[in-house]
Design a protein around this ligand. Structure first.
Ligand code: FES
Ligand code: FES
Length: 207
């Protein structure tokens, strides 16, 4: 396990890591009341910002600045799919369990179904639309290894795999298993997924 593996640093799995990233996103929005309490305690005039209706949002997705209007409660998944027509991330469980909605935010794989879009401004967002399909790409490796059946989980696995390999270019099989454990395949194509991940690691190095 490399020192870049989230599990090696924290002792928790990528599933914990992904849940943590979603909670962190929520926390960023929920700090308002705490600030009000602090202002009241110090006698300062409280500044309460209540976001209602739709807000204008600019997100950097796959290298392009894209602007849209969303309600502040909108998730990244809804914003990508319904406002920006980026449909690679899929909605399956919609509750941070399956990983089908995985997107990469500032290099970190997140469950976009439980990440607020407003917390992603100023960050770099990647979805599988940007990965390409050439012989050295992760999507190509999944195709070659037959790493899917129904395909519902596949966009999330491909995205999680890309994020993992970008930080762990020489993984062992065990490291790949841990690195992708935030994603679930109901069809049970795990052997194909693992084979694809190891093949993609080799291909990305030009081996
Ligand atoms: S749809 Fe987001 S984790 Fe399942
Ligand atoms: S291929 Fe069907 S859920 Fe994974």
């Amino acid at each position: 396990m490399t020192d870049q593996d989230p599990k090696s640093r924290s002792g928790s799995s990528r599933r914990d890591f992904l849940r943590g990233s979603s909670l962190a996103a929520a926390t960023a929005v929920l700090t308002g009341p705490a600030q009000v309490a602090l202002d009241e305690a110090t006698g300062a005039e409280p500044e309460v910002k209540v976001l209602t209706g739709e807000v204008s949002l600019t997100l950097k997705v796959n290298g392009e600045e894209k602007t849209c209007k969303v309600e502040p409660r909108s998730t990244l998944l809804d914003t990508l799919r319904h406002r920006l027509d980026i449909t690679g991330p899929k909605r399956v469980c919609d509750r941070a369990s399956c990983g089908a909605c995985t997107a990469i935010v500032d290099g970190v794989p997140v469950y976009s179904c439980t990440t607020l879009a407003v917390t992603c401004t100023g960050k770099t967002i990647e979805t599988l639309e940007s990965f390409g399909t050439d012989a050295n790409s992760v999507p190509h490796a999944f195709h070659q290894a037959d790493g899917l059946m129904c395909g519902y989980c596949t966009p999330g696995f491909v995205t999680a795999c890309k994020a993992f390999l970008d930080k762990n270019p020489n993984p062992t099989l065990d490291e790949v298993k841990k690195g992708l454990d935030g994603n679930i395949c109901r069809c049970g194509t795990y052997m194909g997924v693992l084979e694809a991940a190891l093949a993609a690691a080799k291909a990305m190095k030009g081996a």
